[in-house]
Design a protein around this ligand. Structure first.
Ligand SMILES: [Cu+2]
Length: 335
């Protein structure tokens, strides 16, 4: 009988498991109450104080549970950016993080997002996200090292080394192997850094950029517009948000060191979800591209049956499982 019930439960179609009643609702940072904002940043601080679950010999810099997420991002940097894996990988990544906040740190809410265009006027430093109050996600950086000095996370130590951008460019230009540097997981403590950049946000993340992004006809064009690889201050809305954070948040490898990374990537995911919703039939399972950064080294086209692996961070998934935010492991919507 027990076995039969188990079979019935696992045979239930996804749409029956995810219902309006149990769906998480992700909201914009500024629309959370001050109490909700503190609950969120407290949960992040909690994660930064829990022990790591990674092998410490292999990942000496992973000094806590939060750093495990950063280490995993470093590890996969060359296969999860500027390719077809980017969107599904980061969707699952944000969800695993949100789940850790809830399951390991007692957070009751959903993952908030950062609606970029609403922050273009008025200056990031004065915004509810970065004003350095107890209800923000910490201040801008200051001083020679641009250390975050006020509000949540101002005492957080960024454990991993700095990765110069040339690592990525060298790999592309010299047809590299896409191997991360041998020192990638070394423990090199530094203050947590930001260098807020209003101009990057104004250029890449204004309302007209978002309109252009959402009007791209194919997933390939959507991806290209989202993350423009290079060029004179035009990075696309994904790159623009990273450059707007500056400091740790602008480092392609270690960017999740800045906890705003997860609000930024929730917004990237929200953009993809909205874009998918305009034509579910053709867009929900649309993929375009290979499995390596700018296809260096060359790799096969990503398919829905390919597996996305997480190591100790989470259960392995097929790409197919990561395409619908109300099926597979997910059950959430954006408000
Ligand atoms: Cu990333």
């Amino acid at each position: 009988m027990v076995l039969m019930l188990g079979l019935l439960a696992s045979a239930a179609p996804a749409h029956q498991r995810c219902k309006e009643e149990n769906m998480m609702v992700r909201k914009e940072w500024s629309s959370l109450s001050p109490h909700e904002r503190v609950a969120y940043s407290d949960a992040v601080t909690c994660l930064q104080n829990l022990p790591s679950q990674l092998n410490n010999t292999q990942y000496p810099g992973a000094k806590n549970r939060y750093a495990d997420f950063v280490a995993t991002h470093i590890n996969y940097t060359f296969i999860i950016h500027l390719d077809a894996i980017f969107l599904p990988w980061h969707r699952d990544y944000v969800w695993l993080y949100e789940s850790a906040l809830r399951d390991e740190c007692g957070y009751q809410g959903a993952q908030p997002y950062w609606d970029w265009p609403a922050y273009v006027e008025g200056g990031l430093e004065k915004s509810q996200l970065f004003d350095g109050s107890a209800y923000s996600m910490g201040s801008n950086g200051k001083g020679n090292n641009s250390c975050v000095y006020k509000g949540p996370f101002s005492n957080y130590t960024a454990p991993f080394p700095y990765f110069p951008n040339s690592i990525i460019m060298d790999n592309i230009e010299n047809n590299g192997t896409g191997a991360i540097p041998s020192w990638s997981f070394d423990y090199e403590p530094n203050c947590f850094q930001r260098y807020l950049n209003d101009e990057a946000l104004r250029l890449n993340n204004n309302y007209s950029c978002i309109e252009t992004l959402l009007s791209q006809p194919t997933i390939g064009e959507f991806q290209n517009y989202l993350s423009t690889p290079e060029g004179d201050a035009h990075y696309g809305p994904h790159g623009g948000g990273h450059v707007a954070m500056g400091g740790d948040g602008a480092d392609l490898f270690t960017s999740p060191t800045d906890p705003v990374f997860f609000l930024h990537h929730a917004q990237v995911d929200r953009m993809w979800t909205i874009w998918q919703s305009y034509d579910i039939k053709t867009r929900r399972y649309a993929l375009n591209g290979t499995q390596t950064l700018e296809n260096v080294p060359p790799s096969p086209e990503l398919t829905l049956d390919d597996h996305i692996t997480w190591g100790p961070l989470g259960v392995n998934r097929t790409t197919r499982e990561l395409m619908d935010v109300q099926a597979g492991p997910f059950c959430y919507r954006y408000e």
